[in-house]
Design a protein around this ligand. Sequence first.
Ligand code: NDP
Length: 255
Amino acid sequence: MGSLTNKTALVTGSSRGIGRATAQRLAAKGALVVVHYAGNETAARETVESIENDGGRAFSVRAELGVPGDVHELFLGVEHGLKERTGQTTLDILINNAGVTTPAGVAPEEVSAQEFDRLFAVNAKAPFFIVQRALSLLPDGGRIVNISSGLTRFANPEQVAYSMTKGAVEQITLHFARYLAPRAITVNSVAPGITNNGSALFDIPEAVEQMSQISAFKRVGEAVEVADVVTFLATDEARWITGAFIDATGGTLLG
Ligand code: NDP
């Protein structure tokens, strides 16, 4: 039996990248995992299949975040799927991972109001309302982990708008940690550095070499290395940690 047996978990944006690795890790510890995605059904199916092939339990839910009705649609799927499999809608672990970034090479002068609004809608507004909506499903002792970014502590002018959204994510952590402490629900932020999420960029050796230079270990992170940190925070062993900013950047912030 894993330490998360009989627990349920929602990982937003777990069709790919860090979210997928987190879903796999939580499932390996015994949790029933909701694999959420926006549109990449094939990738979501692959995540669920990989979990099932390893003996775990998962199901997928599609809901595009950052559009009207997004959180309602997400939770319709989450509650329906949980009810079908467990007979109830208890959600023990919520991982707010789904996110969008600004394309590289966009100077601060070039950020449009439309792009700014989209970044905030997906990365900041959706996680806030997901937490709000999950409050009635989370039992005492539940867990919330919000995925931030090392960019809240490491200046990169091309990512100013994106980094602002992650600053907002960290505020969700701070204030909900206080709010939910009476229920022994912990709320923490995990900040990855540059992490191989399986996208085409990480197939270009020159790009990887350049990105590797910013971490203390002189390599890019692997999605599972962030997933392991997130998964630890979801366990009982992490019950005394709340409101924290966990640096999972491979020492990038050491300078
Ligand atoms: P990926 O780009 O690999 O995957 C993004 C995931 O989010 C996918 O599952 C995608 O679903 C989902 N998603 C994207 N947009 C939406 C949307 N509008 N509505 C619903 N779901 C959506 O992500 P990463 O693994 O790179 O990043 C995961 C988190 O980590 C993000 O919050 C990111 O900001 C953060 N982070 C990542 C870093 C990195 O270097 N990778 C560094 C620092 C922070 P679908 O497959 O259907 O498109």
